[in-house]
Design a protein around this ligand. Structure first.
Ligand code: TMP
Ligand code: ASP
Length: 237
């Protein structure tokens, strides 16, 4: 299949396919942080994230969550449903970390009383600012019913991921999701689910097993991602 590149992002390339309702998503070996101010890469990173995402989309399928994944064709390429991406990042947090810890001057690691859902407007030039539901509606990024559905799906996904990851010794600290509308207008989970967009801590040691190893120069990023894949593959799908 020859494909036309239609978009290249920080960690992925998107190609058209011969099917107008499907796209090919290729995971790159590059890694960025702080809105691409920090750049890196390691060979095989694309494959690891593609395999991790594949397994997690299968887990979500088993739990009846609507998503864009159709099949994984090569080690770092998956065929997905073509969606119109809603320009909001939906973050779910179980434990205080990252920007929330920084913003409030709280130490990382305290469990939240209940999971928090936050919205960020997807705009690199603005640095993906935190926005409210009302702002998302006012500026036309999503309808109120879509916002409600996205938040509900995000919490349900958290309820699926958290116990499954716990089985393989990983704490789901927080993660970011993106949603899109499929060709018939149905809201589905899009993008990827990988250690690039999640915080995962080892259950026993609290060791960081995600992109924070890169953001914070902790080393052994590849080892951590490999460990995540190895563990996640033990989750029954
Ligand atoms: P934050 O604590 O930096 O706001 O990040 C919350 C979660 O969202 C964390 O798991 C990392 C993920 N994330 C992304 O996937 N992309 C981003 O651009 C940012 C800022 C965070
Ligand atoms: N994904 C963002 C970037 O590539 C930010 C981050 O994950 O820290 O710069």
């Amino acid at each position: 299949m020859t494909q036309k590149l239609i978009y290249e992002g920080k960690a992925k390339k998107i190609f058209e396919t011969s099917n107008p309702n499907e796209l090919m998503m290729e995971y790159k070996d590059s890694l960025t942080a702080f809105n691409a101010l920090k750049k890196g890469e390691f060979s095989g990173k694309g494959q690891l994230n593609c395999q991790i995402s594949t397994h997690l989309f299968k887990l979500l399928s088993k739990n009846k969550i609507p998503h864009h994944w159709i099949r994984t064709e090569n080690k770092n390429q998956m065929v997905v449903v073509k969606t119109k991406i809603i320009p909001l990042e939906v973050v779910v947090r179980n434990i205080i970390a990252g920007s929330l810890a920084k913003k409030l001057g709280i130490e990382e690691g305290r469990a939240l009383k209940k999971p928090l859902v936050e919205l960020y407007y997807k705009d690199d030039a603005l640095g993906d600012p935190f926005v409210s539901d009302d702002q998302a509606f006012e500026f036309g990024w999503a309808q109120p019913d879509q916002l409600q559905q996205m938040k509900k799906l995000a919490l349900t996904i958290n309820e699926i991921l958290t116990p499954s990851f716990a089985e393989v010794g990983l704490k789901v600290v927080d993660f970011k999701l993106e949603f899109g509308l499929d060709p018939s207008g149905v809201l589905v989970l899009a993008d990827e689910i990988s250690p690039d967009c999640m915080r995962l801590w080892d259950m026993q040691t609290n060791e960081k097993m995600d992109k924070d190893r890169f953001r914070r120069d902790l080393g052994n990023i590849e080892g951590a991602y490999k460990q995540v894949l190895e563990r996640i593959e033990r989750i029954q799908v």
